[in-house]
Structure formats: C-alpha cells, structure tokens
Design a protein around this ligand. Structure first.
Ligand SMILES: Cc1ncc(COP(=O)(O)O)c(C=O)c1O
Length: 423
C-alpha cells in the first residue's frame, strides 16, 4: 500500500504548472484569469505548489476550506464514506436528515432543501418565493428587489438579481421585474427602498454582508426600513449567506448580528468543507411554497457531502471555532487599522466582521496580489481595489502578523510603482 501512495504523490508532482497551462489553454474554455501557480497539497493553513513552495492561505478557496487542509476529522469522514458517495434523492441515506436538523436548530428556520452550489441555493430560493406567493393567491407578486453591488451567482436567476453590469451584460435579457436599491443612499431616509418594495414584490434578497463587492456589511437601520416595507406588502426576505454564513462572522449566521430574521436563508461555500453542497433553509411560514415534484436535483444532499457537512456543524460548536473566529478576526482588523493609520493615503477603509475582512486600497490591488503570491501569501482582490481576506477559521495570529508585515512592504512598494508609472 505504501508504495502506491508514494507513486501517486510522485505522479502528481511530476506534472508541472507549464503542462497544466498548456493543456488548459488548448482544451478549457478561457473564462478564468488564473494566477500562475498550481497547488498540489495542503496542511493546516498552508498550501504547497508543484515545486514544494509553501503559501499561507488567506482566501481558503473563496471561503470554502474553513478548516484548512488535511484536517484529521475530514480525512476520517472521507475514508469512512468512501464506499457510498452518491445514492440520489430517490432513496434515504443516514446524513441528510441529520444535517437538516442541525442547520434548522442552528438557524431557527423550519426546513432545508439541499443542492450543490451557492447559485443553486439562490435559484431555489427565488423559485420558492414565486411559488409561495402563487399558492397564497398572489398571482401578481412575481418581482424581486435586490441591492446595488450585489452578487448572487452566475445562473440565469441568480444573475438576474446580481446588480453588477459586467456579469449581466453578455446574457441579457435576464428575468424581468428585478429592481435594485442602494443600501447606502440614506439621505432621504431610504425613500427609494420604501417605494421600490411594492405590491408586486415576491421577495427582497440581500447578502447580510456583501462579499464580492468588497466586504460591505449592510446597515442595520436600512434592514429595519426594508423589514417594514416587505412586511407591509407581504413579500418574503431571502438572506444570501453563501459567503458570510456558517461561522465566518463569529456567529453561525451573520443575520444573528442584525435585527432581521430571514424567511429563506441561502448557504453553501464552507458547508461541505470542500465537497460541493449548498442549501436553502425555509421559515415555517413559507414551507408549503414548494410541493412534491416542484424542485429537485440529482446530486444535491448526497451522503458524502451531507456527512462532511454534519461533521462541520458539530465542529463549529465542539471546537470553539466561532469564538476563535471573533477573536482572531478582531486581531486581524486591529493590525490592518494600524497599517491604515500609518498609510492613510494608501488604505481608504478596513471593513468586516469575524474572519470576513476587507481592506480598501486607494489604487488597484492587482499588483499587490501578484507580489504577495511571490512572497508565499495567497490573497484575493475584489472590485479592483478591495483586498478580500477569507482565511481558514484555524488561521493563527502569528500567521496573520507575518502576512501583514509583508503586506505593508508590498503596498508601499506597489503604490510607488503605480505613482511613478503615472508620472
Ligand atoms: C453571496 C454569494 N451568493 C452566491 C454565490 C454563488 O455561489 P457559487 O459560486 O457556489 O455558485 C456567491 C459566490 O461567491 C456569493 O458570494
């Protein structure tokens, strides 16, 4: 057995980045601008590339690998469940019901539907909202209200409620009857929001903390205004916690730190610890929105994904992860704010909650990401100028501090390069 493992390791190591680049450039649709790095294994919060170089991970596969890499509890589940990966939703398996119970007890919702990705969870939530309104006899309530700067995924429905033009434009026409309101336009006491949520609105959909648009927590007073409006017209509230949910902010769900409770709650990213799974959770009021046959999926809620997710839900509680996320997240922002005080001309704002952290630069962050990668730090930049940090929940303070020391040097260096180039 040992020799097989060794052989496999060698096989993967001998396949180089250049070979991957060559094959992908020939055979893979060119929709991604990948960084020139090929990861082959990980341990804790560290990733290793094909040359053996180590990188500290501050994005965790865009908010997915929250226990880092090669965690013993994850390895154990993978080994034990290796003989039954998929059964379909035609039959029972032991883990879907247990996972649903765990998510329902943690969220105060009533029922769960399992799918495979964040976009699918949003898609399902939109379908449920329309069907629920129709079942209530409200044939005219078919529209959706979403936020300026929102991101909900790439399928047609999720894209239709995603505000950003660059994602929408090539695929228009998208589903009609979607309006966008600005959560920051508060001078007129959110008159636009009050007016836009109207008798035709099936649901209002909000990321509790906007992720892709640059880690922007949604103002709680705005949420109260929205709540009054959707209560008044009988619309549902869908919260998209695909990125900010499941421990990321130091609570199981980010909405626990606001004054609203969702009717439908979307989760995905970290749930399966790297194996794709998403879910939408539905409050008692709306559970009859979808009836037998109304919605389904071949892969959603399979035994491997559900068992891993159940293990994760147990670990969130048992391993004190959320307390850790809050404490380490505060430390992270403290260091970033200190850096901001030293360089107010380079860092405009530091935002976030728990280990969902954003630092808005005063210049494009692209070069910073490339230089940090060279130094062995995996970072992400979103909305051109926002450094988005979604590290694993197990990241250590010493690892954060090492990254910050490097980041400060790189930001200063990169800003001066940009300044000189502009002269
Ligand atoms: C808030 C939010 N919703 C939905 C999605 C879509 O998830 P997925 O990429 O798994 O389809 C994302 C992805 O980044 C997200 O951040």
């Amino acid at each position: 057995m040992e020799s097989v493992a060794e052989e496999k390791d060698e096989t993967s190591q001998s396949f180089t980045l250049a070979q991957a680049q060559e094959l992908e450039s020939k055979y893979v649709l060119q929709t991604y601008a990948r960084n020139p790095v090929m990861f082959v294994r990980g341990k804790g919060s560290t990733l290793y590339d094909d040359t053996g170089k180590a990188y500290l991970d501050f994005i965790s596969g865009i908010g997915v690998n929250v226990l880092g890499y090669d965690h013993p509890r994850v390895r154990k589940v993978l080994k034990e469940q290796g003989n039954l990966l998929h059964t379909s939703n035609l039959y029972y398996h032991p883990y879907q019901g247990q996972l649903a119970e765990s998510l329902i007890k943690a969220s105060g919702m009533a029922r769960a539907f399992f799918c495979n990705t964040g976009a699918e969870s949003v898609e399902g939530a939109l379908k449920l909202a329309r069907a629920w309104q129709r079942r209530q006899g409200h044939e005219n309530k078919t529209e959706f209200v979403s936020l300026v700067n929102s991101f909900h995924g790439r399928t047609m429905g999720a894209l239709s409620i995603t505000a950003q033009e660059k994602y929408r434009k090539p695929f228009e026409p998208l589903i009609p009857g979607v309006r966008f309101i600005d959560a920051n336009k508060c001078e007129d006491d959110f008159a636009e929001a009050r007016e836009t949520i109207n008798e035709r609105t099936a649901a209002v959909i909000i990321e509790t903390i906007q992720g892709e648009s640059g880690i922007r927590p949604v103002n709680d007073y705005f949420l109260k205004v929205v709540r009054e409006a959707y209560d008044r017209v009988g619309a549902l509230l869908i919260l998209d916690e695909v990125q900010c949910g499941l421990g990321r902010t130091g609570k199981v769900f980010a909405f626990e730190q606001t004054s609203v409770k969702p009717d439908v709650l979307c989760v995905a990213k970290p749930l399966g610890l790297g194996v794709p799974i998403g879910a939408f959770l539905v409050a008692e009021k709306a559970v009859d929105g979808l009836q037998p046959g109304d919605h389904g999926t071949t892969f959603g809620g399979g035994p491997l994904a559900c068992r891993l997710s159940l293990e994760f839900m147990h670990m969130l509680q048992e391993e004190n992860l959320m307390q850790r996320v809050s404490e380490v997240g505060n430390y992270f922002r403290k260091l970033l704010r200190r850096m901001q005080r030293s360089h107010p001309d380079l860092i405009a704002e530091v935002r976030g909650l728990g280990l969902m952290v954003g630092a808005e630069l005063t210049f494009s962050g692209k070069g910073v990401i490339a230089k940090m990668l060279e130094r062995g730090f995996v970072l992400n930049c979103t909305h051109d100028t926002v450094l988005r940090f979604l590290p694993p929940y197990i990241i250590k303070k010493a690892e954060i501090s090492a990254m910050i020391t490097n980041l400060e040097e790189v930001i200063v260096e990169e800003a001066s390069v940009m300044k000189n180039a502009a002269l």
